[in-house]
Write a protein that binds this ligand. Structure first.
Ligand SMILES: NC(=O)c1ccc[n+]([C@@H]2O[C@H](COP(=O)([O-])OP(=O)(O)OC[C@H]3O[C@@H](n4cnc5c(N)ncnc54)[C@H](O)[C@@H]3O)[C@@H](O)[C@H]2O)c1
Ligand SMILES: O=C(O)C(=O)C[C@]1(C(=O)O)C=C[C@@H](O)C=C1
Length: 286
């Protein structure tokens, strides 16, 4: 066994999938789940995702070798503040939050002397579903996990968290907090903002029933992620607002240029934008 006791705070899609993958790999002797919704924790136990559960954060982190904080970004600071006095000196703490600067600021503010065993992390894998019932063991297979260790982070803590993620089938990469937030603003946060905004625009049109009746594959592919948890994406937008606004401004300018080309009937311009995008997309998906 790699570790004795792993505690997951927030046994939802990501926390539950991490627990399932580690159980499958048989690397933790015991997995403890902690959360606020009793029915979700009971389901986690019934599904065999955790070995025990508690709704009490203090009980959950006692004697834990590793604590994984997998709650929405807006709840991370209060979780850190509550567990700080109970954490053992050897306990390693990590998280899975979709933006990293806000989590790191929360950690500096709330974790005190435990900052040297905090390894910020983010699996680049998920779905539009939430809760433990939506979790599955193969979610992280062949996907990337980004770690953004701090100057203070003990390299042995980073090495252990790296090993745990590798046991889920993921490839682990490291980068700076700032770079992470800029890249994810472009590749994940902007697409979610656009999908929510597009669906909301259509949903407010007078003939929305007719519009949605004839929405087919293209609409479905483009908007699946607008079914994601609104509170989670609210938290991400506020946590990474500077980087999101920067890439959104860029996008707005390019969209205005495309609208102008359509208005002018500028075939060459329209074709060059679409061809450039198709080449980039084909190369990326290949
Ligand atoms: N969904 C994705 O695609 C995805 C991908 C990568 C990372 N993330 C990140 O993972 C984290 C969790 O997202 P998720 O999709 O698993 O959400 P989820 O809603 O499925 O799970 C979150 C769980 O945390 C619990 N929780 C909320 N507040 C809590 C608190 N104060 N104390 C204890 N438990 C609490 C909830 O009851 C829920 O069970 C978020 O920070 C998100 O940014 C999500
Ligand atoms: O596939 C999806 O539904 C996702 O939204 C997953 C996705 C992404 O944008 O790729 C969403 C948020 C994350 O923090 C990481 C992954």
């Amino acid at each position: 066994m790699l570790i004795q006791r792993l505690t997951i705070i927030g046994v939802g899609l990501i926390g539950g999938s991490f627990a399932r993958a580690l159980k499958r790999a048989r690397v933790c002797a015991e997995i403890v789940g902690c959360g606020r919704q009793l029915d979700n924790l009971q389901e986690a136990l019934r599904l065999g995702v955790v070995d025990h559960y508690t709704t009490d954060l203090a009980t959950a982190v006692q004697d834990a070798d590793v604590v994984v904080v997998a709650v929405p970004l807006g709840h991370i600071a209060s979780v850190f503040a509550t567990i700080r006095p109970i954490l053992a000196p050897h306990t390693i703490i990590t998280d899975v939050g979709s933006a990293k600067a806000s989590v790191v600021a929360d950690a500096y503010q709330e974790l005190g002397e435990h900052i040297c065993r905090f390894v910020p992390g983010h699996p680049i894998a998920g779905t539009e579903k939430s809760g433990v019932a939506a979790s599955f063991a193969s979610l992280f297979e062949n996907r990337r996990v980004i770690l953004t260790p701090l100057a203070e982070t003990d390299p042995q803590a980073t090495a252990l968290i790296t090993q745990l993620w590798q046991h889920t089938g993921a490839e682990v990469v490291s980068m700076s907090v700032e770079h992470h937030d800029e890249v994810l603003a472009a590749t994940s946060h902007l697409p979610h903002v656009l999908a929510y905004s597009l669906v909301d625009t259509l949903a407010q049109m007078e003939d929305r029933r007719e519009i949605f009746r004839f929405a087919a594959g293209g609409f479905r592919d483009f908007t699946r992620i607008a079914s994601s948890d609104p509170k989670m994406w609210h938290d991400i937008c506020l946590a990474n607002r500077t980087a999101i606004l920067h890439v959104l401004a860029h996008f707005n300018a390019d969209l205005a240029e495309l609208a102008d080309a359509i208005e002018q009937g500028d075939s060459a311009h329209i074709l060059s934008i679409f061809s450039r995008a198709k080449t980039a997309r084909d190369k990326f998906s290949g």
